[in-house]
Design a protein around this ligand. Structure first.
Ligand SMILES: [Zn+2]
Length: 317
């Protein structure tokens, strides 16, 4: 190695050492903030920034429900390296092993860590419509994760699905004396997105149906009209007290309505309606570019124009 390369290697090592996660605490494991969301119920809150190697693509929220017979983990991270950090977060709140992993969705950071927990004996629980989308999208997620997490971490990913996905829109399970329901209210951020409802605690883990603190993102495959309907149906049917969103902090219903429900309404009632009336796209985009109710949300400047554009195209069709 040339002296210059040696210096560079030294710099790289020093940077790696700085980036290493600090020691786990009961409140913080790697990039995840741990918050109590009920008795034996925890939210693992990831950063609202994009996926990075440093945050292990754990830029989303997860959940832990402790039962007498083991721990339930809600969503499993985008790779084994992320799942291992989630596992440490579970250990920070309970000595119970992870016996069950529930998948709320099919985006990478919801389920590509399933294999890590399945290998350690956990049962994977998901709805049929969620698994169908996981199967559709796995190949698209992998190259992107390789770019973010590096070749080695990405090569360790094995797409593992629930052995026996549940059929229907409502799957109720009794696990170690606790009741959990996996509910599907309609396609949202991805087709087949589901939520986890704890009826006794009135806590709702929304998966990617709800974003707070940052603006939600409409992808080409997000069905905005279905998402708006699914959101309202879920909130009216379940009337949760505490909401652990897919992204952002633990919230009450008012905050969730203001930052997700009202924004979906804004898109559908303005951009969607004007697209249906065949108003030219540029005029519609200009008309609604300013949206003061949502401008405080992170990523507004990047995502709002994209969200309007995709909404327009969906409603135009
Ligand atoms: Zn997400």
């Amino acid at each position: 190695m040339s002296p210059r390369n040696l210096v560079l290697a030294g710099v790289a090592l020093t940077m790696a050492a700085c980036a290493a996660p600090e020691r786990d605490t009961p409140e913080q494991v790697g990039p995840l903030n741990i918050e109590a969301a009920g008795d034996g119920v925890y939210a693992l809150i990831g950063p609202t920034e994009p996926r990075t190697e440093e945050n292990l693509a754990l830029n989303a929220n997860y959940g832990v429900v402790v039962t007498d017979a083991g721990a339930v983990l809600i969503d499993s991270g985008a790779a084994p390296v992320a799942a291992e950090t989630l596992h440490r977060a579970v250990r920070a709140v309970t000595d119970e092993p992870v016996k069950w992993v529930i998948n709320t969705g099919s985006q990478d950071h919801r389920w590509l860590g399933n294999g890590y927990f399945a290998e350690r004996g956990a049962e994977i629980i998901a709805l049929e419509q969620t698994v169908a989308t996981q199967q559709d999208f796995a190949d698209r997620h992998l190259p992107r994760l390789e770019r973010v997490l590096g070749e080695e971490a990405a090569a360790a990913i094995e797409p593992v699905h629930a052995d026996e996905p549940a059929s229907g829109d409502r799957h109720r399970v009794e696990l170690g004396g606790r009741t959990l329901e996996l509910r599907y209210f309609g396609d949202a951020h991805f087709p087949g997105d589901a939520v986890v409802w704890l009826p006794e605690e009135e806590v709702l883990f929304t998966g990617d149906m709800v974003y707070v603190d940052r603006l939600l993102g409409v992808h080409p495959w997000s069905d905005v009209a279905a998402w708006q309907e699914a959101y309202h149906e879920a909130m009216e049917t379940l009337a949760p007290k505490t909401i652990v969103p897919g992204h952002g902090g633990v919230s009450d219903p008012a905050k969730v309505r203001a930052e997700t429900g009202d924004y979906l309404d804004f898109l559908v009632e303005n951009v969607g309606a004007d697209a249906r009336a065949w108003d030219p796209i540029n005029e519609v985009m200009d008309r609604y570019r300013e949206a003061p109710a949502f401008e405080h949300l992170r990523h507004f400047d990047d995502w709002h124009p994209t969200n309007m554009n995709r909404t327009y195209l969906q409603f135009e069709g």
